[in-house]
Design a protein around this ligand. Structure first.
Ligand SMILES: Cc1cc2nc3c(=O)[nH]c(=O)nc-3n(C[C@H](O)[C@H](O)[C@H](O)COP(=O)(O)O)c2cc1C
Length: 349
C-alpha cells in the first residue's frame, strides 16, 4: 500500500490528534455582548484572500490526492467547497507529476469546483532535493491553481520511515518559486507550527501568505509513528512517540506571525469550531483552514462535507452575533482577552 493510502487509513482509524498539547485557543476569550444591536441575518461572513472571494474566512486544508480513495475524497471536498463558496488546497502533488492516472485524482478538484480558490501543494524536502520551478508550473496547470502551497515538514520527514531528511537551501529555493511562478506562493506547516522568525524570513523571501498549521490538532508524528510501528522500524517508532506533541500551539503561532509579519496569515492546526475561527480572525488571521475533521465526511459524500462546513460557518456567524460584529472587518478589530499559558508565551515571544 502507498504512503498516501497509509496516511488516509491511519488518520481515519487511529488516534492521531495531539495528546498533551492544545491549540491554546481556550486561553483566548471573546466577550459576550448582550447588546449586539444587529439582526443575525444581517451578518456578512464574506471575505477576500489573495484577491479571491470566499463566502466565509475558511478553507479546506491540504490533505490528499495520488491514490484511488484520494480521488473520491478530493471530489467530495471540491464539490462541497464549490457549493459553499469556500476554498481548498490539495495534498502534496508529487505523486501526480509523472503519472496521468494519479494526476487525475488532483485534477478532479478543478473539474468539480470551477469557481473557487484552489491551492497546489509540494513539500519543502522536495524543493530542496531538486523539484524545479518548471515542475511547479505543471502542478499549477494540473488543477488550474490560484496559489502554490509549499509545506514545511522537517518534523514529519525525520520521523517518517522513508522520510527525506534533506532540508538545506529551502528558503532560497522558495524564493525561486516566488520569482518563477505566475501564482502567489503560500507557505504552510503540517501541524508543528511556523514560528514568528520563520514567518519573517518567508515574508522577506516574497511569499504572499503564511499558514501557521500549529500544534493542538492532527499530529503527523503520530501518523508516522503508526507507519514505523507496522514497518518494524523501532527507532522511528520511538521518535514518533517522543515528538507526538512537538510543535508550537496554534494560538501562539498566530500571535508570533502577527507580531513578525504584515502579510496575510492563515490560522490552522486543531481548529474545530466556529468559535476557533472567530478567535483566529480577531487575533489577526485573514483566513482559517480545517483538515482532519473533513476527512471522514469526504469518504462518504459531498453532502457530508458540506454539513460539516455549514456547521463551522454557522458557529462563526453565531460568535459574530454574540460579539456584535456585522462583518469580518469588524471581527478583525474585535477586542479579546488572553489568559493562562498563552499569556506566559506572550511575554517571551
Ligand atoms: C490525511 C491528511 C493528509 C495530509 N496531507 C498533507 C499534504 O499532503 N500536504 C500538506 O501540506 N499538508 C497535509 N496535511 C496537513 C494538513 O494540511 C494540516 O496542516 C494539519 O492536518 C493540521 O490541521 P488539522 O488539525 O485541522 O488536521 C494532511 C493532513 C491530513 C489529516
Amino acid at each position: 500500500m502507498g504512503r498516501k493510502e497509509d496516511h488516509i487509513r491511519i488518520c481515519l482509524h487511529k488516534p492521531v490528534q495531539s495528546k498533551r498539547v492544545r491549540t491554546l485557543f481556550e486561553n483566548v476569550h471573546l466577550i459576550n455582548n448582550s447588546l449586539p444591536e444587529l439582526d443575525f441575518n444581517e451578518i456578512d461572513t464574506s471575505t477576500k484572500f489573495l484577491g479571491h472571494d470566499f463566502s466565509a474566512p475558511l478553507m479546506i486544508g491540504a490533505m490528499t490526492g495520488g491514490a484511488e480513495l484520494a480521488g473520491t475524497i478530493n471530489r467530495n471536498l471540491a464539490e462541497a467547497a464549490q457549493e459553499t463558496g469556500l476554498g481548498m488546497a490539495v495534498g502534496s502533488q508529487r505523486a501526480g507529476l509523472y503519472d496521468k492516472v494519479l494526476a487525475d485524482t488532483y485534477a478532479v478538484t478543478r473539474k468539480r469546483a470551477p469557481n473557487i480558490f484552489i491551492g497546489s501543494n509540494i513539500g519543502g524536502a522536495q524543493i530542496s532535493a531538486g523539484f524545479t520551478v518548471t515542475d511547479g508550473k505543471k502542478l499549477v496547470e494540473m488543477i488550474e491553481a490560484d496559489a502554490f502551497y509549499i509545506h514545511l515538514n522537517p518534523a514529519q520527514e525525520v520521523v517518517q520511515p522513508e522520510g527525506d531528511e534533506r532540508y538545506r537551501n529551502v528558503l532560497s529555493r522558495i524564493k525561486e518559486f516566488v520569482d518563477g511562478l505566475d501564482v502567489p506562493v503560500v507557505v504552510k506547516e503540517v501541524g508543528f507550527g511556523i514560528s514568528g522568525e520563520v514567518s519573517g524570513k518567508l515574508e522577506n523571501a516574497g511569499v504572499s501568505a503564511v499558514e501557521v498549521a500549529g500544534m493542538g490538532g492532527t499530529s503527523y508524528a503520530a501518523v508516522e509513528y503508526y507507519r514505523a510501528q507496522s514497518m518494524h522500524m523501532r527507532m522511528k517508532e520511538r521518535m514518533g512517540e517522543l515528538f507526538w506533541d512537538w510543535g508550537i500551539p496554534t494560538a501562539v503561532a498566530l500571535r508570533m506571525a502577527s507580531k513578525h509579519t504584515k502579510m496575510p496569515i492563515v490560522s490552522s492546526g486543531g481548529l474545530r469550531t466556529g468559535i476557533d475561527i472567530a478567535k483566529s480572525i480577531a487575533m489577526g488571521a485573514s483566513l482559517t483552514a480545517v483538515a482532519w475533521p473533513l476527512l471522514r465526511p469526504a469518504t462518504m459524500s459531498s453532502d457530508a462535507v458540506k454539513q460539516r462546513l455549514d456547521e463551522l460557518v454557522y458557529g462563526l456567524k453565531t460568535a459574530m452575533f454574540l460579539t456584535g460584529c456585522r462583518n469580518i472587518k469588524e471581527l478583525r478589530s474585535l477586542r479579546y482577552v488572553i489568559t493562562g499559558e498563552l499569556k506566559d508565551w506572550e511575554e517571551q515571544i
